[in-house]
Write a protein of this length. Structure first.
Length: 449
């Protein structure tokens, strides 16, 4: 099938590349001409494992094309995936202006019937507005449009794997024909007829993905409901961690036992600095906003958001307690990305920590395997190091903010020899207190005695 992808951010690129790998012909466009130039030249503007390989293969097989001319891309595909950004506005509401702009462009540029799919995360009832906008901007006697919602559940860092091996594919549609078209698009994924770079073509047998056909309103709600629930779970684990500290219990023991109950599940119960990234914080806010707008009390989500913001304060209490004075101390931030295996620093807890450390007059040093370039633009006053051991030389304290494998494997005996003071505050509960203490470290983490 010929598909169009509008918006070459991480969702658009992963969607476009993986659907091309599944055999479709994909035409991608973006308002950022520089990004299109890069993509045409074979460069990948974001760091996402396996994405470069999938794109390269699709390019070589002439299955994916990039153009800065939206009209060209719109006319090329029978089905259009809208993958543009929906950032939060000042009041937390999702900013849907990019969706509106794209709807207008599609309505005016299309010359044949199109199925228009919302892939960007949008609040419920956006589909209704999209139908209206497409009709309003169509010239008299213009082409026919159908609309569908197909939310993505991709995690950054494992997005390619998630796309090829989904738990569920949700399609919100208004009629059976649209459901069949979406079924055709995803058939190669459901039947595993694609080259999987994650498993080098030898994917382990697993349960097949569920292909769920719902209404458009339900599909839109499913995305926000899922992400908000996961955020809620993390905040719950974080409050348990605070309780453990007061009571003298161990959050890992508690959450492990909780997670063995299949009704609870073990994922997303890791306590620490809390969630960041461009999905959870903004989706939570947008869901709170939507609920308020339609008159539904969703107080528990506000509490989850509050708990998450307080993680940074709790971390600072630990830093103050251990260091006493922060001013002029050399403090090393291990990890800038909001989670490992991505260069994304949007809403990363490390940023808020750096901002506060700088405010208090610390000499801040930082290291991250992928995100230094992006952080430099935000905090030029920080001293960046590629090598964690270099960063830790002469340090008064190390703060673990992102649990990259390279940081999990730090040889603290070696690092400790060059630090001014052996102090580690672990924001991700990665190291073992006993082992750190045996090496002479003053060590703190969340919720562990
Ligand atoms: C999330 C959803 O998982 C994905 O389905 C959706 O499509 C987009 O949002 P992502 O933002 O890539 O994906 O990250 P995820 O792996 O879910 O982690 C989000 C944040 O929660 C990270 O900051 C992570 O460090 C934090 N987290 C996660 C915890 O603090 N504890 C946990 O137990 C799990």
């Amino acid at each position: 099938m010929r598909l169009t992808v509008i918006g070459c951010g991480y969702v658009g690129l992963v969607t476009g590349a993986c659907l091309a790998a599944a055999g479709h012909e994909v035409y991608c466009t973006d308002v950022d001409r520089k990004r299109i130039d890069q993509l045409q030249a074979g460069q990948v503007p974001i760091y996402e494992e396996h994405l470069a390989e999938v794109l390269e293969r699709a390019r070589a097989e002439r299955k994916i094309f990039f153009t800065a001319e939206a009209s060209e891309a719109i006319r090329a595909g029978e089905v259009i995936f809208i993958c543009v950004g929906t950032p939060p506005r000042e009041n937390g509401e999702a900013d849907l202006s990019a969706i509106d702009r794209v709807a207008r462009q599609i309505a005016t540029e299309a010359r044949s019937p199109k199925l228009v799919i919302e892939k960007s995360t949008v609040p419920a009832l956006t589909g209704v507005q999209l139908v209206k906008a497409l009709a309003a901007y169509s010239p008299p006697g213009g082409v026919k449009f159908s609309v569908a919602s197909n939310p993505e559940f991709l995690r950054e860092g494992t997005a390619v794997e998630d796309f090829f091996h989904p738990d569920r594919i949700v399609v919100g549609v208004g009629d059976g024909a649209t459901a069949s078209t979406l079924g055709e698009i995803y058939r190669p994924i459901l039947e595993r007829r694609f080259y999987c770079p994650v498993h080098a073509g030898l994917c382990p047998a697993g349960p097949p993905a569920e292909f769920l056909v719902t209404t458009i309103n339900s599909a839109e709600l499913i995305k926000h409901a899922s992400n908000s629930f996961l955020a809620l779970k993390i905040s719950y684990a974080n409050v348990i961690a605070d309780l453990c500290e007061r009571i003298g219990a161990d959050v890992e023991e508690v959450t492990r036992a909780m997670g063995l109950d299949p009704r609870i599940g073990k994922e997303f119960l890791r306590a620490g600095l809390g969630f960041g990234g461009f999905c959870f914080p903004k989706d939570l806010q947008a869901f709170i906003h939507l609920s308020a707008r339609v008159g539904v009390d969703f107080e528990i989500l506000k509490a989850a958001e509050r708990v998450n913001k307080q993680r940074i304060d709790r971390f600072f209490e630990k830093i103050h307690k251990a260091l006493w004075v922060i001013k002029d101390k050399k403090i090393v931030v291990l990890g800038l990305a909001f989670k490992p295996d991505t260069d994304d620093i949007r809403f990363a807890p490390a940023l808020e920590i750096i901002r506060k450390l700088l405010e208090e007059g610390a000499a801040v040093h930082a290291t991250d395997p992928q995100a230094i370039g992006k952080a430099k633009l935000l905090f030029p006053a920080v001293c960046y190091h590629e090598d964690p051991y270099e960063a830790l030389r002469g340090a008064d304290a190390a703060l673990l903010c992102t649990e990259w494998k390279a940081f999990r494997e730090i040889d603290w005996e070696r690092a400790g020899q060059t630090m001014a003071r052996r102090l580690v505050i672990d924001g991700r509960d990665v190291y073992q207190r006993k082992a750190m203490q045996q090496l002479g470290f003053d060590y703190d983490s969340f919720g562990r005695p």
